[in-house]
Design a protein around this ligand. Structure first.
Ligand code: CA
Length: 221
């Protein structure tokens, strides 16, 4: 069941949204204390955030930026501000969708479903293949002519992302994005450590140089 957190200071709208979401089978939770909202979001670990723009003490836009520093949970702005410039700014600051009040309930629910679906990503098939290498996603192993190796979760994610973009240059920023859980931020150093280990494992199964470094641009298979 998807958990949705409501960040809205108008109690009537907050309650209406919570009821609406619960009736649709979501688990709804609301922020009522507007200090340190990012921490509350992390603690609640929701699948989606509904965020108002006009909040006590601060603007939803700056709050979105703060949430984005610690979480990639999808954010839908639900606001009475209906200017194109507000919408553009909200989406460019890391919002995933923008809905104006008064909202149309079926449309709001459809957009929530769409954002959750996108966040869930396409259904993963069990294996990925590229350049003679097979990645077994559910088993967490990689195999080639020379043998097979077990991967950690991060190594698996890195390799899966590179294989899904085989032949293309993948930037470090893209890989860090791919490594993000909804809650935990992976830093540049963690990526380097994981990349070194992954390359050592690939070398062990007979694929040295499988992941090439493209200086100043990223990595490429
Ligand atoms: Ca408000």
């Amino acid at each position: 069941m998807d958990k949705i957190i409501i960040i809205e200071d108008d109690p009537a709208i907050r309650e209406e949204l919570a009821l609406l979401l619960e009736n649709e089978g979501y688990q709804a939770t609301a922020v009522t204390d507007f200090s340190d909202v990012p921490r509350q979001v992390l603690a609640a670990a929701p699948g989606l955030i509904l965020l108002d723009l006009g909040l006590p003490g601060r603007d939803g836009m700056s709050l979105c930026l703060d949430i984005r520093k610690v979480s990639r949970t999808p954010i839908i702005f639900v606001t009475s501000r209906d200017s194109a410039s507000d919408e553009l700014r909200a989406l460019s600051l890391g919002g995933d969708d923008y809905i104006t009040k008064p909202y149309n309930i079926p449309v709001l629910l459809a957009r929530i479903r769409a954002v959750l679906r996108r966040a869930g990503g396409p259904a993963e098939s069990d294996t990925l293949e590229a350049e003679g290498l097979t990645l077994h996603l559910t088993r967490g192993t990689v195999s080639a002519g020379g043998g097979s190796a077990e991967l950690t979760r991060n190594e698996l994610k890195i390799l899966a992302h590179l294989m899904a973009h085989a032949g293309q240059i993948v930037s470090r920023a893209d890989l860090i994005d791919a490594l993000w859980d909804s809650q935990i931020y992976i830093d540049d150093n963690t990526l380097s450590v994981n990349m070194t280990r992954l390359r050592a494992k690939l070398e062990e199964i007979g694929l040295p140089g499988f992941i090439k470094t493209r200086r100043g641009m990223g990595y490429q298979l």
